[in-house]
Design a protein around this ligand. Structure first.
Ligand code: IYR
Length: 240
């Protein structure tokens, strides 16, 4: 049986492998789980108004732990989830985000095409949700690692890795009955100073997390049908 991909016994000894634990499921069980999970995810939306009700810290921690199971380039795990329920920190984030968004919306830093794309979403420069949601989690990408001896080591495929972790975080929250709105005030550099993060981290996306405000309205939008997002290719293409 093919056991180990390493070319040399030295590497194999330095980086041991172990058996993968998995159970192959019967096809009807696979289909049932696939359909149930799809249905769960179809119901996910991003509300822009949150209830102020507190959410226990351990739920946020479990969502972060779930997101941190994401695959990453060279297993570098280049993500840092910075969470806060602190009223003062949330206020500082809101004020800084609104200052940036005022320039975007009121001083036309977003060009017309962008504003047109956002029209159906109904956004403006007000970001109350950053203060009202019980938690804010800011996901930072770790562009390089700073080792204990001060040496820097590059991380690989950082955006791809952190993007996957972000999706898993959103999914974990939805699965536990919490809501979030992925929010990217631009530019986001203020998050580094407000949250006191080091130079090797860069803000990637911010997540207010909580329960949706009862009665909140959401844009009446449809998702693209499967046929618009899925292409099947049969046969070899001409490219090599
Ligand atoms: N960051 C701005 C603008 C914005 C951009 C996109 I792309 C959206 O999907 C929604 C908003 C804001 O949050 O208002």
């Amino acid at each position: 049986m093919y056991q180990h991909p390493y070319p040399s016994p030295e590497l194999a000894a330095a980086y041991p492998f172990r058996d993968l634990d998995f159970v192959r499921l019967p096809e009807d069980e696979m289909r049932r789980r696939a359909d149930d999970f799809h249905q769960l995810m179809v119901e996910r939306r991003s509300p822009r108004l949150f209830a102020p009700d507190p959410v226990p810290r351990d739920l946020i921690e479990t969502a972060i732990a779930t997101a941190a199971t994401a695959p990453s380039g060279a297993h570098k795990q280049p993500w840092r989830f910075v969470m806060t329920a602190d009223v003062g920190v949330k206020r500082a984030i809101r004020e800084a985000a609104e200052a940036e968004e005022r320039v975007n919306y009121l001083e036309n830093r977003m060009n017309e095409e962008w504003q047109e794309a956002l029209a159906p979403i109904g956004t403006d420069h007000h970001k109350e949700f950053l203060e009202i949601a019980p938690w804010i989690v800011v996901l930072f990408e770790e562009r390089y690692e700073i080792r204990a001896d001060g040496q820097h080591r590059k991380n690989y495929y950082v955006k791809e890795s952190v993007g996957i972790a972000a999706g898993m975080f959103i999914t974990a929250l939805h699965n536990m009955g919490l809501a979030t709105l992925p929010h990217t005030p631009s530019p986001m550099a203020f998050l580094t100073s407000v949250l006191g993060r080091p130079a090797n981290e860069r803000p990637f996306v911010m997540f207010p997390v909580g329960h949706p405000l009862p009665g909140v309205q959401i844009p009446d939008l449809d998702r693209k049908p499967l046929d618009a997002v899925r292409v099947e290719v049969t046969g070899a293409s001409a490219c090599d």
